[in-house]
Ligand binder design. Sequence first.
Ligand code: CTP
Ligand code: MG
Length: 242
Amino acid sequence: KNIKGKIEFKNVDFTYSGSLNPVLKNISFVCNPGEMLAIVGSTGSGKTSLINLIPRFYDVTSGELKIDEINVNMMNLKELRDIIAIVPQKTMLFSGNILENIKWGNENASVEEVQDAAKIAQAHEFIMSFPEKYTTQLGQGGVNLSGGQKQRISLARALLKKPKILILDDSTSAVDMTTEGKIRRGLKLYLKNTTCIFIAQRITTIREANRIIVLDNGMISAIGTHEELMKNSDIYKDIYYS
Ligand code: CTP
Ligand code: MG
């Protein structure tokens, strides 16, 4: 199907069930097809809650969430999730080898496709340095990967899906800055026709986005380019100078 990957939030409120206070309040923004949009904000401001609404891990409490003008509630859940890949804040790898972990959810992928995804994620090199390479066992009885290595495996898995919408939730927080820069440059080429929403803390990463949303206590406090926010958003300036 011809999905463009436009995402629109319209007056979205969200309250976790069993809770009284909304964690997201009156969220409205459009992420255009192919755009790279960053979300910043302090811990607990609602960043993860916001992105979790897109694949309908949770449903909006009120307001509308649309992809390509269609309300996500009207879409087939499998079709919706087929076009989205999320690299979650907490990496989820299982006991098994590296290849199985990267292919998880995309079992039909070829070796070339796996390696291409791993190269963009800056995982190929360290994988090849293990004696068993892609068949290196993880978890019980296997190697213990560093936090940054786990994140890169997790990113490779998401890229292998070739999603229309890629969502990164603080996915390179444990990766050193040099490696993160390489990932960013690779992603730029890879993401040509992909909409990307990413949550990040490092200003070098954030400022690469086309636009940035500043989330504060569940509300959008500002939205704009790096240059615009440096003029208009005190919260953004605080992040920049911290
Ligand atoms: N929350 C909740 N139930 C959940 C998940 C989160 O009540 N299952 C609450 C948290 O306690 C927090 C708010 O929702 O008050 C926003 O959480 P979250 O979206 O996870 O915030 P982030 O901005 O993602 O925080 P961080 O930077 O620490 O990841
Ligand atoms: Mg979070």
